[in-house]
Design a protein. Structure first.
Length: 444
């Protein structure tokens, strides 16, 4: 009898939270909370962890709300005891159900996906938290659901989009845990994000303004993340977003989240299966040159009082030159020449990424120097000398293709204080959550 009772309490706990959201007129949050316990039908370990987290947070909410109601009743000299007892019962039942979901019996019932349940639940929670924070803090509606279903039509519709994107993050985290699957899936997920980004831009340019974040257009060239603020003397949103991403996952912005980088990846995959690396001198000096060119030119244009339209055409020309590099060099070499030798923001990501302790390491005891990792690396980061040194070179973006390609499991993610398996799980959980967040909010 204990199991059916606790599952019933878990479902009721979610429904009571949904009812409170409905009482406030937030239909979207009500629907999301009511749908959440349906995940338990999958019997996946991640579902029980997500449900438990919601119930534990709900218990904290009921305590806070109960204290507020009691203070209000006392201030007006009204009876408060019955209200306090009811909310205490709700709190205890939700708390008990949440703790039961974390226990041994629940682990036996929800056994699907064991081994990836924690990364999946963590990716779900992190994506939902970041999206909810962005939705609450932004001065404009950042989620498409809130734009196309505004408050008068379906209040709080953004919560359903948050639920969908959080589920997507959980699925990604589970899929990424398999190195071979991550190797195959990463470029597809990346291409999906790039396609969604530019499709929204195209629809916005065709007159559907809701597909644009603010309606104030800028040229979607990564170099402008730095050069744009230099020219404008402000507008640091993209620079802050980029730096924040690097703070989470180091240079992985370049291999998972850059809207243009996916094009270079696709171009390189049209070339030879065994990548022909870009010469090491170009991965540094080539990008230093374009960094100096773009930022120096932006400052010069600003000082000269050049119009924004002229600057935009020059920026577009730089972007088209980058596409030319993809087609002429990346496609022929099977290596990402644009990202490793042309894009200045890629160099900035690599350098800033060195300040973050995520690393890719080579277990030299397990490595046979077979070269499988080098042939898979499209960032020209694994020369024979790099393999001998036990670590990739500067252009490494922690993409993980080498991990899936290595037949000896010698390639490993590294983070101080964590075992290699834990390092990889934490890193890819963060990447999966950020991929879902960017899919939801990254628009012009």
């Amino acid at each position: 009898m204990t199991t059916p009772l606790m599952l019933t309490l878990a479902v009721l706990g979610h429904l009571l939270l949904a009812a409170h959201a409905l009482r406030r007129g937030d239909w979207g949050l009500c629907a999301a909370l009511a749908a959440l316990p349906l995940l338990l039908l999958t019997r996946r370990g991640a579902a029980r962890l997500v449900a438990a987290l919601a119930l534990l947070l709900g218990a904290a909410f009921w305590v806070d709300a109960g204290l507020g109601f009691v203070r209000l009743r006392l201030a007006f000299g009204q009876d408060w005891l019955r209200l306090a007892l009811i909310l205490a019962l709700v709190t205890i039942s939700g708390l008990g159900a949440g703790l039961w979901l974390l226990g041994r019996r629940a682990r036996e019932i929800f056994r699907q996906g064991r081994g990836v349940e924690l990364p999946q639940a963590a990716a779900f929670a992190l994506a939902a938290a970041l999206l909810a924070a962005a939705r609450a803090k932004a001065s404009v509606p950042v989620l498409l659901a809130d734009r196309f279903l505004p408050g008068g039509t379906f209040p709080g519709a953004g919560w359903l989009e948050i639920l969908a994107l959080a589920l997507y993050a959980a699925w990604l985290a589970g899929a990424f845990m398999d190195p071979a699957r991550h190797w195959r899936l990463r470029p597809r997920v990346w291409a999906l994000f790039s396609a969604a980004f530019f499709a929204q831009l195209a629809l916005g340019l065709l007159g559907l303004q809701d597909f644009l974040m603010t309606g104030r257009l800028h040229v979607p060239v990564p170099a402008l993340i730095l050069a744009g603020p230099v020219f404008r003397g402000g507008g640091l949103f993209m620079a802050i977003l980029f730096a924040s991403t690097v703070l989470f996952v180091g240079p992985a912005w370049c291999s998972h989240l850059c809207y243009i980088g996916a094009w270079d990846d696709a171009a390189s995959r049209l070339g030879p299966k065994a990548a022909r690396p870009v010469p090491a001198r170009w991965t540094l000096w080539g990008r230093l040159a374009t960094l100096a060119l773009t930022c120096g030119l932006a400052l010069g244009l600003r000082l000269a009082g050049v119009s924004g339209w002229t600057a935009a055409w020059l920026a577009a020309g730089f972007g088209l030159a980058g596409v030319g590099v993809m087609l002429a060099v990346s496609r022929r070499r099977g290596a990402m020449a644009h990202c490793t030798a042309f894009c200045p923001i890629g160099l900035v990501g690599n350098v800033l990424g060195r300040l973050i302790p995520w690393r890719m390491r080579i277990d030299r005891a397990a490595c046979t120097r077979c070269g499988s990792c080098a042939r898979a690396c499209r960032y020209s980061a694994l020369s024979p000398q790099d393999i001998e040194n036990g670590r990739p070179a500067l252009p490494c973006t922690l993409c993980g293709d080498c991990v899936g390609a290595c037949p000896h499991e010698a390639m490993r993610y590294s983070f101080p204080g964590l075992a290699p398996a834990a390092s990889r799980a934490v890193f890819l959980t963060l990447v999966a959550a950020l991929s879902a967040v960017f899919l939801g909010v990254a628009r012009i």
